[in-house]
Design a protein around this ligand. Structure first.
Ligand code: IPM
Ligand code: MN
Length: 369
């Protein structure tokens, strides 16, 4: 069986980091004799320049007929002056929506060698291992079409709308993840102010009855923002509305040492998924070989796990990343010191990860001989 991955490099550092992830995936597929083809398409600013739209139909069609999608990042100052409808970001929101990828999984883990790279105290960061499940195709980002960002001279409207079903499916997904983890779920909302949050709470309470083995609770989003800093180790699964999840996941990246470390998986009920780093296109460092490729590489690992059921291969990538960091290799975004610390370029970092994968595979091959 040949599987297909659509690669959407996008803008800024997107092309550099996706190239890294593709190289790592190719080395895995070669080692394990998996038949996978990669097809590249345009999205975001790159597509605006070439095709006049941030999400060409051809891109959507290719994604729809693929098993998984690997995306870099979109956006940059050159498109900031454009009107709303032709912004690069619409390409990203559009593809998430077109494919119905309603659950965005953002794991936050403190890799041991990076604990001191976090500005938070070591004791707060150790033991951190949680996932944010961000609702991705509704809420404040999408609103109702009729009212979508209506604007006249004196007034502007953004709508936070959800159907009960939209909340139910993402909450259900979050409970399923909690069941496979430490069985603790916190639903984050603003139920003291927003009606949508009050419905969100009801849905979570109903789901909690269906999943009695999961300890479920609620937390207000402002308080969660504080708890993430003062006691991040308390969390296992966090489930929340689209924009709350967007904001909290950037905050949470501080715990992992850098936004350059956080991967994400956008999922639906079948196996198709879109995988992308949580970070943006970082136009200020684009094309300079400074970008940290690890978030993209780790997104590739999530792709193997969730779309291809290749747990062993996914684990191998994650172990290789851990090992590379343990050897003191890092990119400019990671504040690491010590005698073995060595700052590498995007490509060098990728080479190191592939080297470690090769080392680990050769060791197993020898053992099995
Ligand atoms: C993210 C990004 C996007 C979002 C932007 C680029 C539209 O910040 O994936 O977190 O807000 O979802
Ligand atoms: Mn974001």
């Amino acid at each position: 069986m040949t599987r297909t991955i659509t690669v959407l490099p996008g803008d800024g550092i997107g092309p550099e980091v996706t190239e890294s992830a593709v190289r790592v995936l190719k080395s895995i597929f070669k080692r394990f004799h998996h038949d996978v083809r990669f097809i590249e398409k345009r999205i975001g600013g790159a597509a605006i320049d070439q095709d006049g739209t941030p999400l060409p139909r051809e891109t959507v069609e290719q994604c729809e007929s693929s098993d998984a999608i690997l995306l870099g990042a979109v956006g940059g100052p050159e498109w900031d002056k454009q009107s709303m409808d032709v912004r690069p970001e619409q390409g990203l929101l559009g593809i998430r929506k077109a494919l119905g990828l309603f659950a965005n999984l953002r794991p936050v883990k403190a890799f041991a060698p990076l604990i001191d790279a976090s500005p938070l105290k070591r004791s707060y960061v150790e033991q951190v291992d949680f996932v944010i499940v961000r609702e991705l195709t509704g809420g404040l980002y999408f609103g109702k079409p009729s009212e979508r960002r209506g604007r006249n001279h004196e007034q502007v409207v953004d709508t936070l709308a959800y159907s009960k079903n939209e909340i139910e499916r993402v909450v259900e997904k979050a409970f399923q993840f909690a069941e496979k983890r430490r069985k603790k779920l916190v639903s984050v909302d603003k139920a003291n102010v927003l009606e949508s949050s009050r419905m969100w709470r009801e849905v979570v309470n109903e789901a909690a009855e269906r999943h009695p083995e999961v300890e479920a609770g609620h937390m207000l989003v402002d308080s969660t923002a504080m708890q993430l800093i003062i006691n991040p180790a308390q969390f296992d699964v966090i489930v929340t509305e689209n924009m709350f999840g967007d904001i909290l996941s950037d905050e949470a990246s501080v715990i992992a040492g850098s936004l350059g470390m956080l991967p994400s998986a956008s999922l639906r009920t079948d196996k198709v998924g879109l995988y992308e780093p949580v970070h943006g296109s970082a136009p200020d460092i684009a094309g300079q070989g400074k970008a940290n490729p690890l978030a993209a590489i780790l997104s590739g690992a999530l792709l193997l796990r969730y779309s291809f059921d290749m747990d062993r291969e996914a684990g191998l990538i994650e172990e290789a990343v851990q090992e590379v960091l343990e050897r003191g290799y890092h990119t400019a975004d990671l504040k690491i010191s010590g005698s073995k610390a060595q700052s590498l370029s995007t490509t060098e970092m990728t080479d190191r990860v592939i080297d470690v994968i090769d080392e680990k595979c050769s060791v197993t091959e020898k053992k099995n001989r």
